[in-house]
Each structure stands twice: as C-alpha cells, then as structure tokens.
Design a protein around this ligand. Structure first.
Ligand code: MN
Ligand code: MN
Length: 484
C-alpha cells in the first residue's frame, strides 16, 4: 500500500543519510584522537590565553593595542620609528605597523629577497556589535537612554535582555583621547536592551523574526535615578554627571567618539568537558589571535612572514582600515625600502609572488540545524583548521576560488606538519553564502585561500568554537609561515 511505500522511502533516506555521515567521518580525522597528554595540555593552554584575549579585547582598537603589547614583548619594533631615518632592516628583524590604531601589520624579515614573495596570514578584528549614534543620549519618561546603530549582520532579537558593556574611545576637541570601558568589572554595573514581557507580547509574537526587534528599537537603558535639584531631564543629567566625574567628558563629546556596545563579561569554557569556548567576537578574533600567535612564535623564516589584522570586514572591507585600503601595499613598500629592495616593479612582483591564508570563521555543523548543510562538505568541531577552496553565494558568486595547484601545496604543508584539517563550504548550494576578503588580496595576483576556524552561533552575542580547532589553526598557520 501507499503507507508501506512511504515507509520504505523514509527508511532508504535514513540509510543514505547514515552512509553520507559515515563518509564525512572517514574524510575528516578528529584532532582530539591524535593528541597525547602533552599535545592536549598545549591545546588547552593556547585556548586559555585565547579566552583571556577575547575577554579583554572586544574592539578593533583593543585588539591592536594588545597585539602591539605582545609583539613588543616578543622583540618587535615599531616600523614608524624606522621610516625616514637612517635605520635599515635585515633578515630576522621583526617590525609592526599600526594603521590608525584599528588595523595592524606585523613582519618578520626573511632570508630570501622579498621580491620572491611573502607568506601572509590575514584575519579581521572587527566584529558585529551595536554602536552609539553621534547624538545618542536622551531621556524618556525618566529613563536615560542611548540611541544606537548596529554594525555588521546581526539577528537583532539576539541582543536584548543581555548584560552589555560599552568599549571605545571619546576624543575631546583638543585631540585628547579618553578610553571608555564600562560593564566589565566584577562588581560594577552593566547596561542592556530591554524586551517586551511575554504577557503583553500578543502583537509582537505575530511578527517575523526580522521585525520582532527592529534597528531603531535597540536603545540601551543607562539609568533611572534623577540628579537632585535638577528640573529638566534630571535622569539624563545624572548620567552626564557620572560621565563627567569619571571620564571628564561632556554630552557634545559623543560627536567625536567610537563607542561600541558589546556583550559584557568574560569568555567561558563551554561544555561539561570544557572542550569549547563561548565568547563574544570569535568571528574573527579566533583567526586573528591564532595568526598573531603563530607569527610571534615562528622561528626565523625563509620567506618574509606577515600577519595582517584588518578592520571593517563585517561591513564590506571598505575605508582606510579595511582590506580595500592601500595600507597593506604601502607598508610592504616601506619594508622593502628598509631592506634596500624597493622599486615599483619589485613591489608588484613581491605581491604577485606572495601567498596568503585569508582566515575567517566557517559555519560549524550544528546538530540543531542539520538541514542547511551538505554533510560531506561541511565543517565540524574537532576536525581541525578549515580550508574553503571557494565561498560565495549561488553559482559561487563573489568567491575567490583557490587553484587546484595552491590547494595541493596547502594539503602537503598540513600533512608534512601533522596538522589536522578539513575542507568545507558555507552551507548547501543555494542556501545562502558568505563573503570573504580573499579576492581583495588576490587582486595583487597572489595565491589566496580562505581558511579558518569553525564556529557555532556565528554573529550572535556569544559564539562557540572548539579548542582542538583553535590549536590546529595555530599549528596550521605556523606551518604555512615556515613552508609556503
Ligand atoms: Mn568574519
Ligand atoms: Mn562575520
């Protein structure tokens, strides 16, 4: 009968699914199974310094500041101190250059001439968040509020009823910068965005997810207590007094400020086995941190090694601090000049002869939402660093496809260095897709491949990564700097 046929079809589908799953497992090795006690300790030790990094560094500026601190500790010098001076650079020298405090390039000069190409690790340090508007403060019914404009792609409904913090900088008219960090002290206050109680949500619950919480509803509550003796907008006045007392800033100073509202609190170990990390901004600080750590730990390379951490990826890589900026080629020109190799043609040759791992997070397979992935070509937790031969949407639109030859080189480097890796696409064909900055570097005619660490909850306030993948990414980046 019809019912029996349907059941047979279901059974066959289930069998095919199981077969596909088995195949996916065979292709990918588990990094966990490879680790002995020593490797496991190293994996967890790296995850711990990473957990601290993303707990402390929640803006691109904080990432650059911390990168400089760690680089200087590792013997790196500021390239700005060399430019226009008689000083020169030679093989083994380590330098960094900050781009407006929101992006950074680090170099270790190789033994080979730079014209033979650089090995470049690239990742981005901006993350989705909620920014304060230029005129943000207002009072509504004796509640002080902060008006915002979100940055990057977020599901707005995920950002309400959470403890939030403000990180950023306010620059006074005289140029003096005041660093702001509110919401991170153990006993200090946090802020947040409210949501409607379920009891009164009859209308709201009928809306689509895109409209449940809209952009103009992301108003942050700052306070409820009036300033004594103040008659007009006394609650807002009290907040302004607190800001004046603590930071010396006035209401009009918000005009010249970069203030980012981010999830408050430290990143956490995740899972009963502590095998994962839950934290804000892992897209793409998980690749940025492991790339930074890889170049800081790298032994003197044959080819010049570079780590490039950029801003503005989440909004299209535009602007002076994004990947589209001339900063990168300018700074390579400066370094070539300081090693005595600069001329326009050799600069172009150096860029064209370079190789890059353009690292960004991949979507990890999520057992709660299996339908969006094709199991053989999906990234999994614990299966190592991810390589995406291409990304893009629909017919690979907008992707930078790495060549078979370059893919073969990468495969060999990973194998030779015992790095666990996997290959993946972002979801099923025609399900969606993702952007990349790979094509921007590829425009210099260099070999570029998308790579990175798989995460769950991507772009949510609290993203999840797997410690084995963090460690394998670090090992993969180090191997690339050595052997590419
Ligand atoms: Mn990203
Ligand atoms: Mn992203």
């Amino acid at each position: 009968g019809l019912k029996g046929d349907k059941m047979a079809v279901k059974k066959a589908e289930k069998k095919a699914d199981k077969k596909e799953e088995k195949k996916a497992k065979e292709i990918r090795q588990s990094a966990w199974e490879k680790y002995d006690k020593k490797a496991l300790d190293a994996c967890f030790a790296l995850s711990e310094t990473y957990r601290q990094f993303i707990s402390d560094c929640k803006t691109e500026r904080e990432c650059v500041d911390e990168s400089i601190r760690q680089a200087e500790k590792a013997g790196y010098k500021n390239l700005a101190d060399f430019i226009g001076k008689k000083k020169k650079l030679k093989a083994g020298d380590k330098v960094y250059m900050s781009n407006m405090g929101r992006a950074i390039a680090l170099f270790v000069i190789g033994k080979k001439p730079m014209v033979e190409g650089l090995n470049i690790l690239c990742a981005h340090i901006d993350s989705p968040r909620i920014d304060a508007k230029q005129v943000p403060l207002y009072e509504d019914t004796e509640i002080a509020m902060l008006d915002t404009h979100y940055y990057g792609g977020i599901k707005k409904y995920q950002w309400v009823t959470l403890p939030l913090a403000i990180h950023g900088v306010v620059v006074k008219e005289d140029g003096k910068a005041v660093n702001i960090c509110i919401g991170e002290e153990e006993e200090g206050p946090v802020i947040g965005i409210t949501d409607l109680l379920i009891h009164l949500s009859a209308d709201q619950m009928q809306k689509t997810a895109a409209k449940v919480v809209e952009g103009e509803d992301l108003n942050v509550m700052l306070g409820s207590m009036p300033l004594k003796g103040e008659e007009k907008e006394a609650v807002k006045a009290n907040i302004l007094k607190i800001l004046k007392d603590k930071y010396g800033i006035e209401e009009e100073d918000f005009i010249s400020a970069d203030l980012e509202i981010v999830p408050a609190g430290k990143a956490k170990h995740y899972g009963l086995d502590s095998s994962m990390i839950m934290g804000y901004g892992q897209d793409d600080r998980v690749c940025a941190y492991t790339s930074l750590k890889a170049i800081l730990d790298a032994p003197a390379p044959s080819k010049t090694a570079c780590c490039l951490l950029v801003d503005k990826e989440e909004i299209g890589s535009v602007g002076a601090t994004g990947m589209e900026s001339r900063f990168f080629e300018n700074v390579v020109a400066e370094v070539m000049n300081l090693v005595g190799e600069y001329n326009e043609l050799d600069l172009r040759r150096a860029l064209a002869n370079s190789r890059m791992l353009s690292s960004d997070v991949s979507a990890a397979f999520d057992p709660n939402y299996p339908g969006v992935n094709e199991k053989k070509n999906t990234a999994y937790f614990g299966k190592g660093i991810v390589f995406n031969k291409y990304t893009g949407s629909r017919g690979k639109s907008g992707s930078n496809e790495a060549s078979a030859e370059y893919m073969a080189t990468i495969r060999k480097i990973m194998k030779d260095n015992n790095v666990t890796f996997q290959t993946a696409e972002l979801g099923k064909v025609d399900q969606g897709g993702g952007g990349t900055i790979a094509y921007i570097a590829a425009a210099y005619n260099m070999e570029v491949i998308d790579s990175g660490v798989a995460v769950m909850n991507m772009h949510a306030p609290w993203e999840i990564s797997c410690k084995a993948d963090i460690y394998e990414a670090y090992l993969g980046y180090k191997a690339f700097l050595k052997d590419a």
